[in-house]
Structures are given as structure tokens and as C-alpha cells.
Design a protein around this ligand. Structure first.
Ligand SMILES: [Zn+2]
Length: 244
């Protein structure tokens, strides 16, 4: 009888401990934060001047990809590190380019809210509570890199940083709706590349099929390119599919 009691007690303790094993990881996973990194190259991989920008022929393709997260309904506050900006551009040019990129997504879907949180001194992409936008030399031939941290269970964006590769020259030219390749030669346009990067902030994925080459979420970019400033049919459909 004593042996049976000891056995039952042992069994109870074992179940108790096993229940910890299961509830522990499960409850931790509730708040688990994952990182996804988007690296973007000139089209095709290699020197950007080797394959120049091409004008839009069809941006009515209804393609989009969902990355798996959405922004908080209160929106996202971003901060720009102006000290890292290219010397040929003023702070207000950088701010205009970036705020225009955000405004493009907000215009397509007013539920996507972006707030300018002013300057930051953050010099690298890291999980630090600041949604930073900065310029930094990257060793690869990447044009720009966006880092997204998101909660796995809720699918909510936790933090996001975008880094423009300082190895390349950057410029800012307003898009008039037809000058698809009217940016400064041999430079990447901040608004053009920024609009693509911020598509990842709202939860859209890259597209790499050649039929999608005139959409903003097409994963390659070119020098002098401006056409990503305006969203294509798939980009608009995609952002409206995601509810913050
Ligand atoms: Zn991308």
C-alpha cells in the first residue's frame, strides 16, 4: 500500500513537472519576437549601372505577398538619424523623401499610420525600441536593408529599422507620375527605395517575378528609378488586405 501511495505521489509530481515543461514554452511563445531581414539588390545582382531603370509598362498586376505581420492600430513612430545622411542632401530633403514614402502608403490605406518622431542617434539596426531610419555602409552590394521584429502569436509588428547603404550615392527627385526613370543618374532615390522598404513595415513581402517589375514591392531597384514612388494595383490591394 505504501509503495502504491509513493508511486501515485511520484506520478503526481511527475505530471506537475511535465505540465511546467509544456506550459513554460507555450506561454513564452505567446510573446516570442522573431526577426526577418529584407536585403535588396540592384537588378540583377551586381553593379546597378549594368542594368538601368526601365519605364513602367504595366503596374496593374494584382500581385502581392503577405509577410505575416501588421502594424499596431495606433501606428508606428519612426526616427531618422540625420547625422548619417549623405552630405549632398539636406535634413529637410531627407525628411521630405521619407515622409513622402510613408504618405504614399497612408494615402492607399488610411489605417496605416506613421508618425515622425524626430531625430535619433541610433547608428545600427538593433532591437532597441526605436524604429530607426539611417544610412550606413553595408559590406554587401545591398541597396537597402529592412529589419522587422514581430510577435509570432499576434502577428503584430514589434519594431522595424531601415538602413540605406551608404556605399551608394543617394538623391531625391520628386516624381511627376511619368518620369519613371527621371532620378539623378548613378544614384538611388531615397523616396523610391524608401517606399518599397516601408511596404515591409506595413506587412508586405517582396515580389521577384518579372511580371511584377513595375510594382513597388518588386524586390529589385535601380539607379535613377522613381517609379516605386507610386503604388501599383497589387501594392494597393495588398496593403488594404492587411488590417492594423
Ligand atoms: Zn523588399
Amino acid at each position: 500500500m505504501k509503495k502504491l501511495l509513493a508511486f501515485l505521489l511520484g506520478l503526481a509530481v511527475a505530471f506537475y513537472l511535465i505540465s511546467f515543461l509544456f506550459t513554460g514554452p507555450v506561454s513564452a511563445a505567446k510573446d516570442e519576437v522573431k526577426l526577418r531581414v529584407f536585403v535588396h539588390y540592384p537588378n540583377p545582382h551586381g553593379k546597378p549601372v549594368a542594368d538601368p531603370c526601365t519605364a513602367t509598362t504595366n503596374d496593374q498586376v494584382q500581385d502581392f505577398g503577405l509577410a505575416g505581420w501588421q502594424m499596431p492600430d495606433v501606428g508606428v513612430t519612426y526616427k531618422i538619424n540625420y547625422r548619417t545622411k549623405p552630405k549632398n542632401l539636406s535634413n529637410s530633403q531627407v525628411n521630405n523623401a521619407i515622409s513622402s514614402s510613408f504618405a504614399t502608403w497612408h494615402s492607399a490605406d488610411s489605417k496605416q499610420i506613421f508618425n515622425d518622431g524626430g531625430p535619433t542617434s541610433v547608428k545600427a539596426a538593433k532591437y532597441d525600441g526605436i524604429n530607426a531610419i539611417l544610412f550606413k555602409g553595408a559590406s554587401s552590394s545591398a541597396i537597402a536593408i529592412t529589419y522587422v521584429w514581430y510577435y509570432v502569436s499576434s502577428g503584430q509588428l514589434a519594431e522595424v529599422d531601415t538602413v540605406f547603404n551608404k556605399i551608394y550615392k543617394w538623391s531625391y527627385t520628386a516624381y511627376n507620375g511619368t518620369n519613371d526613370c527621371g532620378g539623378v543618374a548613378n544614384t538611388f532615390d531615397i523616396q523610391n527605395i524608401g517606399t518599397h522598404e516601408f511596404g515591409h513595415w506595413v506587412g508586405l513581402d517582396d515580389l521577384y517575378s518579372s511580371v511584377d517589375k513595375d510594382l513597388t514591392m518588386y524586390g529589385y531597384g535601380d539607379t535613377s528609378e522613381l517609379k516605386k514612388d507610386s503604388l501599383g494595383a497589387g501594392d494597393i490591394l495588398g496593403v488594404n488586405t492587411i488590417t492594423p
